[in-house]
Design a protein around this ligand. Structure first.
Ligand code: AMP
Length: 213
């Protein structure tokens, strides 16, 4: 099953992808995670992407398309995958359709996460992420038991640089300007399903499972 999780930064795509991975037995392909990994490993693509990411801007389509194309070919994607943070431009969406067509595959579902802007800002500026397993927490609404330590795996919690208030604003503007047209692209194809993603992780996950059935 191939599912596109679409929505602004902070709408919970990553969190839901992690829950869905277990339920559907398909991997999460997060272009944001791939770029952060490339940065931490000092890879050329990471070097090119870092400055743009730190400013809340998008990384060029050609780099992202190469990155995702390679991952999609991996054996663990044989039965499908969950796209988290890709496509973020209409050009990326078109490239995705072409890549899938070549493999005689197609997207099964596009789920758009709806969250009002004030909530997104609160979620992102208070977010803490486990540097080892990627689980997200929140300073106020989802605190950890032991400060700075992931409840799940004991990994070190970090605050993403692009979760600082000024970068959050830039990321949300970028979403409106460059990524929102992707919603129209899928709507025209009759594929778009929207969900209210303001509830608890469990509530949102139940809504998604309802849509998939
Ligand atoms: P995310 O972890 O999905 O919030 O992504 C973090 C940052 O990585 C974004 O603000 C962009 O700078 C970059 N990025 C992630 N995915 C893409 C994409 N599909 N296209 C362009 N830039 C991306």
């Amino acid at each position: 099953m191939i599912i596109v999780l679409f929505g602004p930064p902070g709408s919970g795509k990553g969190t839901q992808a992690k829950a869905l991975m277990d339920k559907l037995s398909v991997p999460q392909l997060s272009t944001g995670d791939m770029l952060r990994e490339a940065i931490s490993q000092g890879k050329p693509i990471g070097v090119k992407a870092k400055g743009l990411m730190d400013m809340g801007q998008l990384v060029p389509d050609a780099l992202i398309i190469d990155l995702i194309q390679e991952k999609m070919k991996a054996p663990d994607c044989k039965n499908g995958f969950l796209l988290d943070g890709f496509p973020r431009t209409v050009s990326q969406a078109v490239a995705l359709d072409q890549m899938l067509k070549k493999q005689s595959r197609k997207i099964d579902h596009v789920i758009s996460f709806q969250v009002p802007k004030d909530k997104l800002v609160k979620r992102l500026t208070g977010r803490l992420v486990c540097s080892a397993c990627g689980t997200s927490y929140h300073e106020l609404t989802k605190p950890v038991t032991k400060q700075g330590v992931c409840d799940k795996c004991g990994g070190k919690l970090i605050k993403r640089k692009d979760d600082e208030a000024n970068v959050v604003e830039a990321r949300l503007d970028t979403f409106q300007e460059e990524t929102m047209p992707v919603e129209g692209y899928y709507q025209k194809q009759g594929m778009l399903r929207t969900i209210d993603a303001t509830g608890s992780e469990r509530e949102v996950s139940d809504k998604i499972m309802g849509l998939l059935q």
